[in-house]
Design a protein around this ligand. Structure first.
Ligand code: FCB
Length: 514
């Protein structure tokens, strides 16, 4: 066949271009694949120790008002009473809890549903126990509903103020630096009863941000001089996800449009944070203000399936970075929502980042465009789980801390880390504490500015829709015996670390992974 020389030439060029194009696609694809989260093997940290922490490090335990105090007029109390009345106190066959239900509510005597751990009667001895355990700090939350049980109040309820004043006195008496949370999942029931003019309820109401400002102002006025470390919101993304997508937290919704239907809820939470920041800082410019942010290590369920990796990457961005990026930049760009909004007064409103870490979850892509979260993999070597089925993974704790350090360059405080362990021998909890402390030490070695650690939790308590059965406490609570507290063996393990401000050689030798 006769062809013109020029055509030969352009055919060769075309082939070259196609090859170059193909190479570019391969390179971009390979680069993308290399950025996808991988399954990291649970591995043993080395060294003999002692592993010493920086001077002035805070060691303590964490609690939240609704989980330990007597019932207040808040949305959770209303939710629990309804679940109890309607006998919705079971767990589904697949192990999960259905919206509107609370698992295992029947396993404690009925009066304990409203009494929780009866911290109101035990706080003096509970906080004295913290000191005896070598703690020098304590994280707790102040109940918004306890200070503002009714709508329209401009000043806090005196009985509520007196209750927390007594707690601050005990913290002082026991040498415990307070870390105070303002919103830990529960809010006044009156916000939920009446919708506003736009038909919004609860924290979505237009006036919810002002109401939160009034509450914050009251805390500043009554206790401000006693608080240096403030945490405006606990795990806002968990609260939004479980309340509006999964439906297991009040208000129990499963919004049909998915994450884009929850964008406005997240915006409200950011506004609440920003307004609380302004209230606190306008009175005390030296206060340290941040949030407690839930982090999970998200990894693909199927190693060989890039779509699982890609979905894990998106979930990671949406769940772990969108909120803290918004606080940093002032603009919420919702990864899974395609929406973006700049929020006045938000940019740069974090003095530190508080992180709550429990382990890793697997992400499985489901078609079309959906995904599921799997809590552990029975076949993954070395992977333990807690009594809620959550995969434990101290190995990934280190890189998560290092990543938050590199991204925001702020001090980090671990505001929660712990394990649901029902077994009285307490073996898993002891190993958990030592190995997570070792992983945190490693992160500090690698440059992360971690300044404190709070074990979840001081005592067994009410674990939201999971009820009373999961036992997270350093102190065991006997609900059938007046709420009597008994220290678990891990109290001694944690005491040794906190009082030495280091992981002693003997402790590490006993609990290291082999
Ligand atoms: C965290 C919550 C805390 C507790 C622990 C187990 O997500 O902040 O209240 O429920 O989990």
């Amino acid at each position: 066949m006769h062809t013109l020389p020029g055509n030969d030439h352009s055919a060769a060029v075309n082939v070259l271009f196609s090859l170059a194009g193909l190479c570019a696609v391969v390179v971009v694809f390979a680069d993308l694949l290399s950025r996808l989260p991988q399954r990291r093997r649970i591995t043993a940290f080395g060294g003999n120790g002692p592993f010493a922490f920086p001077p002035g490090f805070f060691w303590g335990a964490a609690t939240s008002d609704h989980q330990i105090e007597r019932a207040q007029n808040d949305d959770w109390t209303a939710f629990e009473r309804r679940a109890h009345r309607e006998g919705k106190q079971d767990r589904r066959a697949d192990g999960n809890v259905s919206p509107g239900h609370i698992a295992g509510f029947g396993s404690v005597p009925a009066e304990w549903i409203d009494r929780k751990t009866d911290f109101d009667a035990h706080y003096a001895s509970d906080l004295a126990a913290c000191k005896a355990m070598g703690h020098n700090a304590h994280r707790f939350s102040i109940s918004w509903a306890r200070l503002f049980p009714r709508p329209g109040m401009s000043e806090a309820d005196p009985a509520g103020v007196a209750f927390y004043a007594a707690i601050f006195d005990e913290l002082d008496n026991n040498g415990l630096q307070p870390f105070v949370t303002l919103f830990h999942f529960a809010s006044p029931q009156w916000l939920w009863e009446a919708p506003d003019a736009a038909g919004k309820r609860g924290l979505e109401r237009e006036d919810a941000v002002d109401a939160f400002a009034v509450f914050t102002r009251a805390v500043v006025k009554n206790f401000g001089p006693r608080i240096k470390y403030w945490c405006t919101l606990n795990e806002p993304m968990v609260w939004a996800y479980l309340g509006y997508l999964d439906g297991v937290f009040p208000p129990g919704e499963k919004r049909p449009g998915g994450p884009k239907d929850v964008f406005d809820v997240v915006v409200q939470l950011l506004r609440m944070h920003a307004v609380a920041w302004q209230e606190i800082k306008s009175v005390d410019g030296t206060a340290q203000v941040g949030i407690a942010h839930h982090i999970r290590h998200f990894i693909p369920w199927r190693k060989w399936w890039p779509l699982d990796g890609l979905t894990a990457l998106l979930v990671d961005q949406a769940f772990m970075l969108d909120f803290t990026d918004a606080i940093d930049t002032g603009t919420l760009s919702g990864t899974l929502t395609g929406r973006s909004l700049s929020i006045p007064g938000l940019a740069g409103t974090a003095d530190y980042i508080g992180l709550n870490y429990y382990g890793r979850f697997y992400v499985k892509a489901e078609l079309p465009g959906k995904f599921s979260i799997i809590k552990h993999d029975e076949n993954e070597p070395g992977e333990e789980k807690n009594d809620l089925g959550w995969a434990i993974d101290e190995t990934s704790f280190t890189p998560e801390l290092v990543r938050f350090h590199r991204r925001y360059r702020k001090p980090l405080y671990i505001l929660e880390n712990g394990i649901a362990d029902n077994h009285d021998d307490d073996v898993r909890r002891q190993g958990f504490i030592v190995r997570h402390a070792r992983a945190m030490w490693q992160a500090i070695e690698e440059g992360a500015d971690v300044r404190g650690f709070f074990f979840w939790s001081l005592l067994d308590n009410f674990e939201w829709s999971e009820g009373f059965d999961p036992r997270f406490g350093l102190l065991k609570v006997d609900y059938k015996n007046g709420g009597a507290r008994t220290p678990r063996p891990s109290v001694e393990v944690y005491r040794q670390i906190a009082s030495a401000n280091a992981i002693p050689v003997s402790l590490w030798a006993r609990h290291r992974r082999r």
